[in-house]
Design a protein around this ligand. Structure first.
Ligand code: PLP
Length: 359
């Protein structure tokens, strides 16, 4: 039985895409083999990768002075690749710390360049983002890095930071394609695939041309944006199955009406869930209202000793993976693009019933 899977990542994928992949599994496009068994250099596969790139460009309206790279090593790999590609050891960079993923990016960057953390939301226990007007980005910074959606804390920026001429670099792992964004406001966007793009093993990097070709001597070629861009992300064997699946998902997104339509659905899903939490007098979400994530919704109940019961009963009802991140406890519902409204409605109904029985 197919469940509603609220996992934070790897996360639920659209059923229609899984069914198509199943149908094509053993005989892809009449080749007599699966897409995983086809050469990445073959005409047929190169077309898959090109289609995936073109569809992503359409969906996000990516300007022509940006390259789209399909890399490996996840978003975590980019925590290192970004400083190696666009800084020297003497460079200053600016980082915003809004939670656990920002923090990991900062720790890694510090090994490679100077890091100024120009905002740190520790005082709010990472339940909000810095005020737009409060940010002072040093003019000499090589870039400003931030995490538009903190997957663990459930905190999402309602704005894009203004940074003058300093390029904005953003870890969009858990919110890429979830609502329209103006790509031209960014120097570099990166995202591990396993939340909103496809299976794990693929990392998408969208990088402006002026940030390419500056890698430090000794940067491994597979981490060097210029070397990868020159080879169409096929300097070595790319994650072919991941690229194929991402391509199917981009087509699925187009079929849903593109990012505007998906964004509207995501807003409705998030509103439904937050309203249910706020109006319950039982469930609580700790995040400031104007920066609550549309993708990851953490919540608690008054008696933490009932959390295990909640998660187990929900799972029995076909609503799985609702436990909070191991570092924060509580519950968390991740409601990425592939989670249908019906899944959120079922969760809200379960929450009402649980409260009635245990509240
Ligand atoms: C999941 C996640 C990561 C880690 O991605 P990997 O692909 O596992 O390296 C980094 N940043 C954010 C915001 C995430 O949600």
């Amino acid at each position: 039985m197919r469940v509603f899977n609220f996992a934070a990542g790897p996360a639920t994928l659209p059923l229609a895409v899984l069914e198509q992949a199943r149908d094509e599994m053993t005989d892809w496009q009449g080749s007599g083999m699966s897409v995983m068994e086809v050469s990445h250099r073959s005409k047929a596969f190169v077309a898959v990768a090109q289609d995936a790139e073109n569809d992503l460009r359409d969906l996000m309206r990516i300007p022509s002075n940006y390259k789209v790279l399909f890399l490996q090593g996840g978003a975590t790999g980019q925590f290192t690749a970004i400083p190696l590609n666009v800084t020297t050891a003497d460079s200053t960079t600016a980082y915003l710390n809004t939670g656990q993923w920002s923090k990991k990016a900062i720790v890694e960057a510090k090994r490679h360049c100077k890091v100024e953390v120009i905002a740190d939301e520790v005082a709010s226990n990472y339940s909000t983002v810095p005020a737009f007007e409060s940010l002072r980005v040093p003019a000499n910074a090589a870039y400003l890095h931030y995490t538009p959606n903190e997957t663990i804390g459930g905190v999402e920026f309602p704005y894009i930071p203004a940074s003058g001429n300093v390029p904005v670099v953003a870890d969009f792992s858990s919110s890429i394609l979830s609502r329209p964004i103006d790509v031209s406001k960014f120097g570099l966007i990166y995202a591990g695939a396993q939340k909103n793009i496809g299976p794990s093993g693929l990392c998408v990097v969208i990088v402006r041309d002026d940030l390419i070709g500056r890698a430090r001597p000794g940067t491994p070629p597979i981490w060097d944006y210029e070397a990868m861009a020159k080879e169409g992300s096929m300097l070595n064997t790319p994650p072919t199955f991941g690229i194929y699946m991402a391509g199917l998902i981009f087509k699925w997104l187009k079929g849903q009406g593109g990012i505007e339509a998906i964004g509207e659905t995501n807003r409705r899903k998030a509103t439904l869930l937050y309203d249910a939490i706020d109006q319950s007098g039982y469930y609580k979400n700790p995040v400031a209202r104007d920066c609550r994530s549309w993708m990851n919704v953490p919540f608690t109940i008054p008696r933490p000793e009932l959390e295990k019961t909640f998660v187990a009963e929900a799972s029995n009802a076909g609503l799985t993976n609702l436990e909070g991140h191991r570092s924060v406890g509580g519950m968390r519902a991740s409601i990425y693009n592939a989670m249908p409204i019906a899944g959120v409605e079922a969760l809200v109904a379960f929450m009402r019933d649980f409260q009635r029985r245990h509240g």
